[in-house]
Write a protein that binds this ligand. Structure first.
Ligand code: SIN
Length: 493
């Protein structure tokens, strides 16, 4: 059985992909399980070299990988090339981390004893990845897994499986042993495959990036065998511009970059743009003027700045948010319609002003090319509004006041804060979220054991600051996720 792959820009058939069922995926888990005992004993330095070779092969084949990404995801070719660099950087980074999985020696309370902790690979990791970054989300998960000595079964997204398959071929060329990296493809069997991965006793850790609802279901399933989990779920990022912003154009550019990256289809995209009254009119004018210059079209066309959304359902959701906002008083500054002449998956980059908290966009992630501008008066008001969200992945704000910078950064209930920048994604930065009602979930496969010790430090530290006087600060890197902490043993020496 196969499923069909359709180009989201043209609606044309790209090709077909095997529709694997649970029996096939069981075999992949078995292969990963059989490869684990020997892979875990390879020298960390050797695993580092494998990852480094894989990184290099990605760079050598960057044009081809970018073509696949644009073809199956729709993003402009220049963005796809950027994604290949970003994706490869996870292999480069974790090739450098592999030999550094240090343990601890802790002073014991019993005379003559020493307490030592060792980090060891957890085993087979089940990775479930999304379509918005067909390469980067899979390398972000595989990199640390292999560095730690784990083997993986990765379920690629039904919308974008070819990039993942190409990465598997490069893994083979990089000399990664058979059974260590197993990529499984499925479309309609996705729920069954997800259930198998999250319940299989041989799978010791699951990492998932996707919607909050699916995350909830997978977490429930994973609890049956009490697996380690790392979830990166939905975002609804606030982006705040205060009156005391030093450079309004930088704030406009930051908001454009954050809101319209991948046509608004990233988990860290600004969703609610709050602008203080004193700069609201000017910000709106400059922001709309920039969006007017966008060139919408198929990703391979020359000069295109923004591509389609992934499918018609996504375009429908975007339109629903726009209609809801305008029916409640928002004004369309630019766009506001489907760009049907280009195809059913195109939506005009849209800017709405006069937004208010009753509108759908205020509480629901749009995941599309619509920027809603909300006016506000005071810092307290905007922080309360920003924190009124069920999820808290990223947040951004622009201000030139150093006291406010630290105050607001530490009050926003998000895992990552961009200060005076709209782009926070960096292989060096931990990828964490703060979910008020639930707990911390981490991407990059951060270890729940490690997180429980440094959770607050991670939230406060995962901050990217940019301004004329502060270049970039404090990024705490914790990657122990795939390492299980052995219960500290008292060793009589
Ligand atoms: C995501 O959208 O899930 C990831 C975005 C990023 O890494 O920048």
């Amino acid at each position: 059985m196969h499923f069909f792959m359709i180009d989201p820009a043209t609606g044309k058939l790209i090709g077909t992909c095997p529709e694997l069922n649970t029996t096939d995926v069981e075999k992949a888990i078995q292969a990963a399980s059989e490869a684990f005992p020997s892979f875990r004993t390879t020298l960390a330095r050797e695993r580092a070299r494998m990852l480094r070779r894989w990184y290099q092969l990605m760079m050598d084949n960057a044009e081809d990988l970018a073509k696949l990404i644009t073809w199956e995801n729709g993003k402009p070719f220049a963005d796809a090339k950027g994604e290949v660099n970003y994706a490869a950087s996870f292999f480069e980074w974790f090739s450098e981390e592999a030999p550094r999985a240090y343990g601890d020696v802790i002073p014991a309370t019993v005379p003559g004893n020493r307490v030592m902790t060792l980090k060891q690979p957890v085993g087979v990791c089940g990775l479930i990845t999304p379509w918005n970054f067909p390469a980067a989300m899979i390398t972000r998960k595989i990199g640390p897994a292999l560095a730690a000595g784990c083997t993986v079964v990765a379920k690629s997204p039904a919308e974008t499986p070819f990039t993942a398959n190409a990465l598997a071929e490069l893994a083979h060329r990089a000399g990664i042993p058979k059974g260590v990296v197993n990529i499984v493809t499925a479309s309609k069997n996705t729920p069954a495959v997800g259930e198998l991965i999250t319940t299989h006793p041989e799978v010791r850790k699951v990492s998932f990036t996707g919607s909050t609802n699916v995350g909830r279901l997978l977490m429930k399933q994973a609890s049956s065998t009490i697996k380690k989990v790392s979830w990166e779920l939905g975002g609804n990022a606030p982006f705040i511009v205060f009156d005391d912003v030093e450079d309004l154009d930088a704030a406009v550019n930051g908001a454009i970059a954050s809101k319209f990256r991948s046509s608004g289809q990233t988990c860290v995209c600004a969703n609610r743009i709050y602008v203080q009254k004193g700069v609201y009119e000017e910000f709106s004018k400059r922001f709309a003027a920039k969006v007017k210059d966008f060139k919408l079209g198929a990703g391979f066309e020359e000069g295109i700045t923004h591509g389609p959304v992934i499918h018609e359902r996504a375009a429908e959701k975007v339109h629903e948010h726009v209609q809801d906002a305008t029916s409640k008083g928002a004004k369309v500054l630019i766009g506001g319609q489907k760009a049907s002449a280009l195809g059913p998956n195109f939506y005009e980059p849209t800017v709405l002003s006069g937004m208010s908290k009753e509108m759908l966009l205020a509480s629901e992630e749009t995941f599309g090319p619509v920027a809603g501008l909300f006016p506000f008066e005071t810092e307290k008001e905007v922080v309360d509004l920003a924190n009124k969200a069920e999820v808290g992945l990223a947040g951004y704000f622009f201000s030139g006041n150093v006291r406010r910078i630290f105050r607001v950064a530490e009050t926003l209930e998000v895992g990552m804060v961009g200060v005076n920048t709209g782009l926070i994604s960096d292989v060096a930065s931990p990828y964490v979220s703060f979910c008020p009602a639930i707990c911390f979930f981490a991407n990059s496969l951060l270890d729940s054991v490690v997180l429980s010790r440094v959770a607050l430090a991670v939230r406060a530290a995962s901050m990217v600051l940019m301004s004329s006087w502060l270049s970039r600060a404090l990024l705490l890197v914790v990657w122990g996720s795939l390492c299980r902490h052995k219960t500290p043993q008292n060793i009589d020496i």
